[in-house]
Design a protein around this ligand. Structure first.
Ligand code: DC
Length: 210
């Protein structure tokens, strides 16, 4: 039976790092689904299209190709905000759904991380994890990551971004950020990356035994 691991959680919760490590450990392909929304936003901005234009956003989402997910600009702070805006458009979500389902149908299984993987994209995933941490701790981590890459920003600006994104991602009507009822919640506020990985690996190993 394929091993599909669905990982959801708010911005900068550590779910991406965890997803990558689980994928390597269990020999599975990994998709960071946030990149899809970031790519839609970036393509629109590059083409000079307003992010609120739902028709253009849906058209951009349906014509997305894998090569477009490698642009380093996708990881910039501003793109997280922009992605959060286009991700509230239901036609964008619909266009990206089949992309993600196709990825998840690999015969070995797959690891996908995002906001609605356990609830909408892979409701039958064998393992569902919801990774969270306090907004302050997430802001500290994101600040370290961005300044390490040479982006100039302040901790206060990032904390305010994170609160705004939590609010927008959780309150939208199309597939809001929330833990699936059968997800295991891991709060990483007090855990380092190795401890979070150990906790997640344990959940996956238990699920594989059943
Ligand atoms: O995980 P991230 O920061 O790269 O995500 C950027 C935005 O994309 C996030 O604020 C909301 C949206 N997103 C989503 O709506 N559903 C997903 N599965 C992944 C991301």
């Amino acid at each position: 039976m394929p091993l599909v691991i669905a990982i959801d959680g708010p911005a900068a919760s550590g779910k991406g790092t965890l997803a990558r490590r689980l994928a390597v450990h269990f020999g599975l392909p990994h998709l960071d689904t946030g990149l899809l929304y970031r790519a839609v936003a970036l393509l629109m901005l590059d083409a000079g299209i307003d992010l609120g234009d739902a028709n253009e956003a849906a058209r951009t989402a349906s014509s997305l190709v894998a090569d477009q997910l490698a642009d380093p600009r996708l990881r910039e702070r501003a793109m997280g905000e922009a992605a959060s805006r286009v991700s509230g458009i239901p036609d964008v979500r619909a266009a990206l759904l089949s992309w993600q389902r196709r990825f998840a149908s690999d015969e070995a299984g797959a690891v996908l991380d995002g906001r609605d993987i356990g609830t909408v994209i892979c409701p039958d995933a064998r393992v569902k994890l919801f990774i969270t941490a306090s907004p302050e701790e997430r802001a500290r981590r994101r600040h370290r990551e961005l300044t390490g890459r040479g982006e100039e920003t302040t901790l206060a600006a990032i904390l305010s971004d994170i609160r705004a994104r939590d609010e927008r991602d959780s309150s939208r009507s199309a597939a809001p950020l929330k833990a699936a009822e059968d997800a295991v919640i891991i709060d990483t506020t007090e855990l380092d990356a190795d401890e979070a990985f150990a906790a997640a690996r344990h959940v996956v190993e238990r699920a594989r035994e059943h």
